[in-house]
Design a protein around this ligand. Structure first.
Ligand SMILES: Cc1cc2nc3c(=O)[nH]c(=O)nc-3n(C[C@H](O)[C@H](O)[C@H](O)COP(=O)(O)OP(=O)(O)OC[C@H]3O[C@@H](n4cnc5c(N)ncnc54)[C@H](O)[C@@H]3O)c2cc1C
Length: 463
């Protein structure tokens, strides 16, 4: 009798165990959707890290054989050995235009001795150690270029091509994270007479080093971050720098005497440029610093997005595809601490995939988006402003935290960005000499120091 009882108990326990095991497997299956991450830049790497920590299934598809996206400098321009357009727009002397604190990836402190505004080399090494530390590379399919993402029934079909063998694959996913960047496709102005011009014309995407402009008469068009940064880089070498732009921003930098501010370009002739004020200048080389287009050639109509050169709509919280909310596009925001914003968006996407929160109804998301769009259009502003965070940046972090439960990006990040922007307007040559120290989530200090970012290169000093 005693043996029978023991036997029955073991038998029951066995069945309970098998039952529990199957429940667990079932739950694991039902809570672990298959996620496709497109790109292994900061957006792809941070997403991979957070999904991995949550035990969620994912694959990263990366067209090149490298991580780091735009932060990996590539001396070549045009196409790579596999016929892919060169992705990066990095140039040899680039230092970050934001202090390092606003570019730190969550949970991965920067080395103590990292300069306040590191060179791309130092920052790129930081990204590589991040990927190494979180053991992400093994999840990346390198040399896999995503060529088509389409919605079929309840799933995403992602088609990708191996860039060396040409072999094509199509896989099914439940969720897609687009992290393919938007600083690669040049936005080229159309200026009459360009065909006749005998000098060289490049876009900042293909700008690599200033030395080639030694003793040349160079024209830079545009005064965004690249325009201003490349202007001081090139001014150090060239004979005359003409800077054409219509920005109303109050730049107070004292440039050297061979820097000449010009209005918009009217047209080219064979040897130079006419400006809208009727003046003419002989020019050897032109660098268009006219920004980039959003470019997602792999997203087809079934994705439910309207893709313009300068906008992607409709998006909820600047990232969720409202018509197909199992797709998010990271890093489309403008005028923000982009790295910190991407990191927060990757955490929001992970929380969404994990089911930590549910999105509002499609109608409510559309209504919120439409309100934003109406405000912009009623002011006569272009729809592309829909991606601007600017003064709303801190409020944005508060909102996505309240909704998803992710840790909040501290307000001090936004505060530092505002002060850095002012310092840039004050003096482009010296704003990188400020050393910032974060005291707590709200406060920071800064001091002016003679710090260089990289011992291999002496950055241009004040003229
Ligand atoms: C010159 C320059 C300077 C900058 N300086 C700063 C700065 O100082 N501070 C700052 O915060 N931000 C700066 N930025 C912004 C920068 O873009 C972000 O910091 C960040 O690197 C964006 O990361 P990402 O992952 O979104 O895109 P990316 O870094 O562009 O990475 C995208 C990745 O996706 C891959 N990919 C693209 N298409 C496909 C496809 N079809 N299939 C598979 N893979 C694909 C690419 O190969 C790439 O590896 C700068 C940008 C530029 C261009």
């Amino acid at each position: 009798m005693r043996y029978l009882c023991v036997f029955l108990s073991v038998w029951c326990l066995h069945f309970i165990y098998i039952f529990a095991y199957h429940i667990k497997v079932y739950q694991a299956k039902s809570i672990s959707p298959r996620v496709c991450i497109i790109g292994a830049g900061i957006a792809g790497l941070t997403s991979a890290r957070y999904l991995k920590e949550e035990g969620i299934n994912f694959t990263v598809l990366e067209a090149t054989k490298y991580i780091g996206g735009t932060w990996r400098y590539e001396p070549r321009v045009g196409f790579d050995e596999n016929g892919l357009p060169i992705h990066t727009s990095m140039y040899k002397h680039l230092r970050t235009n934001l202090p390092k604190q606003t570019m730190e990836l969550r949970g991965f402190p920067m080395p103590e001795d990292m300069p306040s505004f590191p060179s791309w080399q130092i920052y790129y090494n930081y990204i590589k150690s991040y990927a190494n530390h979180f053991d992400i590379e093994k999840h990346i399919k390198f040399l896999h270029n995503v060529i088509l993402v389409r919605r079929e029934g309840n799933v995403w079909k992602v088609r990708h091509r191996h860039v060396v063998t040409g072999e094509e694959y199509e896989e099914e996913y439940d969720f897609v994270i687009v992290g393919s960047g938007h600083h690669s496709k040049p936005n080229m102005p159309e200026i009459p007479g360009e065909q006749q011009f005998k000098g060289t014309i490049i876009h900042s995407h293909d700008y690599r080093e200033p030395e080639v402009f030694k003793n040349r008469r160079v024209l830079i068009v545009g005064a965004g971050p690249s325009g201003m940064d490349i202007a001081i880089d090139v001014a150090f070498y060239c004979k005359t720098l003409f800077h054409s732009h219509h920005s109303k921003v109050n730049f107070r930098t004292k440039f050297p005497n061979h820097y000449i501010r010009k209005p918009d370009v009217k047209e080219f002739n064979g040897t130079g440029v006419f400006f809208v004020d009727g003046t003419y200048e002989e020019i050897d080389d032109v660098i268009y610093c006219t920004g980039y287009e959003y470019y997602y050639p792999f997203l087809d109509d079934t994705c439910g997005l309207t893709l313009g050169k300068h906008y992607v709509v409709p998006l909820y919280k600047y990232m969720v595809n409202i018509n197909q909310p199992s797709m998010v596009l990271l890093g489309l925001v403008i005028r923000a601490c982009l790295v910190v914003a991407i990191d927060a968006q990757a955490r929001y996407a992970t929380a969404l995939i994990k089911g930590n929160f549910t999105l509002p109804s499609k109608e409510d998301m559309l209504e919120e988006w439409q309100k934003q769009a109406d405000i912009i259009l009623s002011k006569g502003r272009p729809l592309s402003d829909i991606h601007f965070l600017a003064e709303k940046e801190d409020q944005y972090y508060a909102e996505i935290t309240a909704e998803s439960g992710i840790d909040r990006v501290p307000p001090v990040m936004f505060k530092i960005r505002i002060v850095d922007t002012e310092a840039k307007l004050e003096n482009l040559y010296t704003y990188r000499n400020y050393v910032y120290k974060v005291i707590d989530n709200e406060t920071f200090t800064r001091s002016f120091e003679n710090e260089t970012a990289d011992s291999n290169y002496n950055f241009p000093s004040l003229p």
